[in-house]
Design a protein around this ligand. Structure first.
Ligand code: ING
Length: 304
């Protein structure tokens, strides 16, 4: 067995007025708790440093850019990197990334990074499936303007050899798309780390509001089972700036079983010892791609 002790560190609501430094203190407290329970890797939510700002239509680019990080680590996030090094922890978290490309153009992405025990970035991912809409839709009780504030990720779905296994990441809405997990599975990912901010209320289909927890776990459990990977899904949860976000952070085995689940809508840590060798039970048998997969039949999958 190749055991990796993993913690899901769920975050409760982050008010708009809460500073990054205050959130970093909460994240370090969760790191301490995870480390005291033997964790080697701590997984934090999507956009973990600020409130989920795509819920608002913001017109002034200065107001929008206040939610973005222009460097990682920064002065406010450096303590998080130092705490992880002191505790011998690896960690992943999501943040809004504002960067200059080779041509000097400003780019903005919904990003996550995996940071190793010496503070080095082992893997970086930029969200590809951006849900919601791009214009102010005043009929909605709240907006979901990720298509307005972020570009589609340009790093693909990378898998890194790290922490003794093959690790991939995705972000929130990505988990609902089978292609996400299959692309990672085709690279033999053994562990998929993801964070999410998922409102209970989904304005285009309010009759589905009561299904949000079910669809959350259905998507991640299917992804885990169909690709034989451990999946760690971590919520920003609770009543945040007038919007109820689901919790249900969990650690899912390659069999699709939920090994542990958060039971509150606040800051909460769950820890599981994950045997990465258990991926073989699925990847060598029911989903042995070499033996059973028929890519010649799947052409439609990549047509526009
Ligand atoms: N949030 C939501 C998610 O995909 C959403 C958007 C909510 C889509 C409910 C469908 C139903 O979990 C993010 N940030 O993608």
């Amino acid at each position: 067995s190749r055991n990796l002790v993993i913690a899901a560190a769920q975050l409760g609501p982050i008010p708009r007025a809460e500073s990054r430094s205050s959130v970093v203190i909460r994240m370090m407290q969760l790191m301490e708790k995870a480390a005291s329970r033997g964790a080697e890797l701590v997984v934090f939510p999507e956009l973990a440093l600020t409130t989920f700002f795509p819920r608002w239509y913001l017109q002034d680019q200065k107001d929008i850019d206040a939610f973005f990080e222009t460097q990682m680590p920064s002065e406010e996030t450096q303590p998080l990197f130092e705490a992880a090094i002191r505790l011998g922890l690896s960690f992943s978290f999501g943040y809004a990334e504002k960067t200059q490309d080779a041509k000097g153009e400003t780019r903005r992405f919904n990003t996550s990074v995996l940071v190793g025990p010496s503070g080095e970035v082992l893997l970086k991912y930029r969200k590809i499936h951006l849900p919601g809409h791009s214009d102010h839709e005043i009929w909605r009780p709240f907006q979901h303007l990720e298509k307005r504030y972020f570009e589609v990720g340009d790093l693909g779905f990378p898998v890194a050899e790290a922490l003794g296994g093959r690790i991939g990441m995705c972000i929130c809405n990505d988990r609902r798309w089978p292609e996400t997990f299959r692309i990672l599975g085709l690279q033999r990912a053994e562990l998929v780390l993801l964070g999410y901010n998922t409102p209970v209320h989904y304005p285009p289909a309010p009759d589905h509001d009561h299904l949000q927890d079910f669809h959350n776990h259905l998507s991640m459990q299917a992804g885990a089972y169909q690709n034989g990977a451990w999946v760690v899904g971590v919520a920003k949860a609770g009543h945040e700036e007038g919007c109820d976000l689901i919790g249900g952070s969990c650690i899912i085995a390659p069999t699709g079983e939920i090994a542990a689940k958060c039971v509150t809508l606040g800051d909460e840590v769950i820890v599981v010892e994950c045997d990465l060798d258990r991926c073989r039970e699925i990847q060598d048998n029911i989903f042995n791609f070499a033996a059973h997969r028929q890519p010649d039949q799947y052409g439609l999958l990549v047509e526009k």
